[in-house]
Design a binder for this molecule. Structure first.
Ligand SMILES: C[S@@+](CC[C@H](N)C(=O)[O-])C[C@H]1O[C@@H](n2cnc3c(N)ncnc32)[C@H](O)[C@@H]1O
Length: 333
């Protein structure tokens, strides 16, 4: 197969709402997602609406090596559940039942007669210190993969969002010499769409029905100090997690709609005057690189559910660069 022109068959494991599929679309790779696998019915409905019926409700722990071989895929993408490794979770690692599917895949991989040529894995920062990550490295090495790993945030592509994530890239070709410094030099050097640092305003919707998104007085008075408040001109916001708009601290930023220059001063004087609102799901989807064609309202899915699904997903622009590098060893277009 010639580099850059090969047609790639993809198995999208833990497919959720299809962040990996959008990342493939945004890359320079010719591909077909042969099957997308997830156990979340809502995520699967959304996936199938946006990509045609490819998402299957399958529990990964029920797939054995023969089943996985059947897909005959060149690339596996995976974002295993991150809850066993998150800061705010119990960090039970291999003891957490939500790790079992990934550990199961690691157990099956050496038994495959045709393991995939390429693998991309995503998880939260901190995963790299876990026993699960240790097993992952050990198995990939044993099966003969050339494996690299690193932490990347969308900020590195001039996207105004912190979302540090651990990425592991594996390929069968052991002759390739590669590392994350090289990815940064080659694939990240032009930033996002070859443009300079973006600000949040570039991602905001024009017509937001403010009443639905304003922060309630009670929340503002009780927990206001824990909020991460940003302006439309800010060049950063916090990572949006699945608990956005439900948990206050560490679940994502809120945005000021008033014109006050000094947020901290104004907060102390009259916090309600800042007129803080939540980001809409569409705005978060934009920040995370999902295209405008990504639909959910048509299916009657609520903003709250979308916050949860997007919070579990990935930054499409970051992953598209990593996939292009993984498959071609050069940057996407
Ligand atoms: C971190 S999210 C992945 C998100 C995905 N990359 C996206 O863009 O939305 C993890 C996903 O794994 C799914 N999942 C967890 N355990 C699973 C299992 N045993 N079998 C199949 N899917 C599973 C969850 O339903 C969730 O959608």
């Amino acid at each position: 197969m010639e580099k850059g022109t090969q047609f790639i068959r993809v198995l999208e494991l833990y497919s959720g709402i299809g962040g990996m599929h959008y990342a493939l679309k945004a890359s320079n790779i010719s591909f077909e997602v042969v099957c997308a696998i997830d156990i979340n019915p809502l995520a699967n409905t959304l996936y199938n609406h946006n990509f045609g019926n490819r998402a299957k409700h399958i529990d990964i722990t029920k797939l054995d090596a023969a089943d996985l071989d059947e897909y005959k895929c060149d690339l596996w993408t995976m974002s295993p559940s991150c809850q066993p490794f998150t800061r705010i979770g119990k960090q039970q690692d291999v003891q957490d039942p939500r790790s079992h599917a990934f550990l199961h895949l690691l157990n099956e991989l050496p038994k495959l007669s045709s393991p995939p040529e390429y693998i991309l894995i995503e998880n939260v920062q901190g995963f790299e210190h876990s026993l699960t990550a240790h097993s992952c490295r050990e198995v990939l090495k044993r099966v003969g993969y050339n494996f690299i790993e690193g932490i990347v945030t969308p900020k590195e592509l001039n996207i105004p969002n912190s979302r540090c994530r651990w990425y592991g890239l594996a390929r069968k070709d052991s002759s390739v010499s590669w590392n994350f410094d090289d990815i940064r030099k080659t694939s990240f050097k032009d930033g996002y769409k070859n443009e300079g640092l973006k600000c949040l305003n570039d991602f905001l919707e024009n017509q937001v029905s403010l009443e639905s998104y304003f922060l309630a007085d009670k929340l503002m008075f009780r927990y206001g100090h824990q909020l991460d408040i940003v302006k439309p001109t800010s060049t950063n916001c916090c990572c949006f997690t699945r608990g956005y708009a439900q948990l206050v601290q560490g679940s994502g930023s809120v945005i000021q709609t008033s014109d006050h220059e000094n947020i901290a001063d104004q907060f102390e004087k009259d916090r309600m005057s800042l007129r803080l609102r939540y980001f809409t799901a569409r705005e978060i989807a934009r920040i995370m690189g999902f295209p405008e064609s990504f639909q959910w309202k048509e299916l009657g899915i609520s903003e709250k559910s979308m916050y949860r699904l997007l919070g579990n997903s990935i930054n499409v622009n970051v992953v598209s660069r990593l996939l292009s590098y993984l498959l071609n060893n050069h940057t996407s277009g």
